[in-house]
Design a protein around this ligand. Structure first.
Ligand SMILES: Cc1cc2nc3c(=O)[nH]c(=O)nc-3n(C[C@H](O)[C@H](O)[C@H](O)COP(=O)(O)OP(=O)(O)OC[C@H]3O[C@@H](n4cnc5c(N)ncnc54)[C@H](O)[C@@H]3O)c2cc1C
Length: 402
């Protein structure tokens, strides 16, 4: 029978980061199980790679600060591009919210986040209809990374450090004895182990249920429309978000056009077409919880109608249908990650990122490695993210999720 100390189930960006951080600390017997033939076919391959410190809660701001710093200083090139994030407000109440959030961000150490007025916004996004805009907040160090590059960087380093990855291996159950992890059952046999880290993204709930844990993570489809403008995009266009509706757009980066093909997701291609191509989307309130990842053409018109109101320039872009994509968010009830251990000794969660798993992957990997090896995370207190909060009612509150 196969045996290892730690099994990480799921080889997306989060599983890869946990493996990297564990092996950097000297952990040797680390095995990643991935049900697909390659990495990147889960949410990581659909993500657009936004990174930002502009959050509402202290814990999200701190996870971002740590992670942005990591991306910026990583010897591996994850294509961090600090193009900025611009949130705009169409009401005074929304602007007040942005003011309060940016004050908290600055207090916690976020540099160069500022409140700007409609004229500033018009300068940054010349094609935006700013008639009703009260102001906004701009974070200069927010921006973009390449999700697949981050995943590959973590994986390659983890493998160099001695970790292993097993493809086409689907975990079907986690086995315990006296409330303690003993093994993982897979389609290829049983693997004895002491620790299991659940990194199965939007599919985490089913495996947790095999040890009678109700992990509150629900999958939800998110769709992205990809289009090409007749004229080049304004230079330095950041991510632009309507804080009221969640409608957002940003220059497209062609590093993983759509969910990775059945060939090999480990090769990303960054073409030079980002000056003309743009992606836009909004969180559709009518989208039910499901694992459906098929792109639905009816979403296109919904997005273009929103674009028409806010930016005729976007409305006039030409759809690039083959690059439109859909993937899954892994929502938790309070839109915060679920990190750390539980009542079952040796079982750890790294789930529920609610659309922020790529940007928070460095902090997540470090937190999990410290929790597993030392009993708690000391670089940052992440105890408020433990699964316990759902039974004690100590939920967090984040409005700035899109
Ligand atoms: C359209 C879209 C845009 C997004 N944009 C951003 C963004 O701008 N910034 C950001 O930070 N995040 C973004 N996200 C969210 C981000 O993609 C996720 O939070 C992140 O990828 C989660 O990583 P993960 O490794 O936990 O999950 P995944 O990447 O889904 O990896 C989980 C892996 O587990 C494997 N697996 C599942 N079940 C099993 C099993 N039983 N046995 C073995 N393997 C299994 C899957 O095959 C998969 O490879 C976006 C998501 C979508 C859909």
């Amino acid at each position: 029978m196969q045996r290892t100390e730690t099994v990480i189930i799921g080889g997306g960006v989060v599983g890869a980061s946990v493996a990297y951080h564990l092996t950097e600390r000297g952990a040797k017997d680390v095995l990643i199980l991935e049900r697909e033939a390659v990495q990147g076919r889960g949410s990581t391959g659909a993500a657009t790679g936004g990174v930002r410190s502009q959050f509402e809660t202290e814990i999200n701001i701190k996870l971002s600060l740590y992670s942005l710093d990591f991306f910026n200083n990583w010897e591996y090139d994850c294509e961090y591009d600090p193009a900025g994030y611009l949130f705009f407000a169409a009401t005074d109440a929304q602007l007040e919210y942005l003011k309060q959030s940016s004050a908290r961000q600055r207090e916690l150490g976020v540099r160069d986040v500022e409140i700007i007025d409609a004229d500033d916004i018009k300068r940054i996004v010349p094609f935006l209809n700013c008639d009703d805009i009260a102001g906004g907040s701009f974070g200069k160090h927010d921006g973009f990374i390449n999700p697949l590059a981050v995943m590959n960087g973590f994986t390659d380093a983890a493998l160099r450090n001695g970790a292993e990855i097993q493809f086409e291996t689907q975990a079907v159950a986690i086995n315990t004895k006296k409330e303690k992890i003993v093994s993982v059952e897979t389609n290829k046999g049983v693997i004895e182990c002491e620790n299991v880290v659940l990194c199965t993204g939007a599919w985490a709930k089913q495996l947790a249920a095999t040890v009678d844990i109700d992990l509150p993570v629900s999958p939800q489809r998110r769709q992205i429309v990809w289009a090409r403008a007749a004229e080049p995009l304004p230079t330095g266009l950041p991510m632009v978000i309507d804080i009221g509706t969640g409608f957002h757009f940003r220059p497209a980066k062609d590093w993983n056009s759509g969910i990775p093909a059945r060939t090999n997701a480990r090769h990303s291609s960054f073409s030079n077409n980002e000056n003309y191509e743009i992606i836009f989307a909004f969180p559709d309130p009518d989208e039910p919880s499901s694992t459906n990842t098929a792109f639905d053409d009816s979403f296109i018109d919904k997005v273009y109608q929103r674009a028409k109101l806010r930016a005729p320039y976007l409305y006039e872009t030409e759809l690039v249908r083959e690059k439109c994509r859909a993937g899954l968010y892994e929502n938790s009830p309070d839109h915060h990650a679920i990190l750390g251990g539980c009542d079952v000794k040796g079982l750890y969660f790294a789930n529920g990122f609610s659309g922020h798993g790529v940007m928070h992957s460095p902090a997540t990997g470090r937190a999990l490695s410290e929790i597993i090896l030392d009993g708690k995370a000391s670089f940052l207190d992440v105890s408020c993210l433990s699964i316990e909060r759902f039974s004690t009612g100590k939920l967090l509150h984040e409005t700035a999720f899109i």
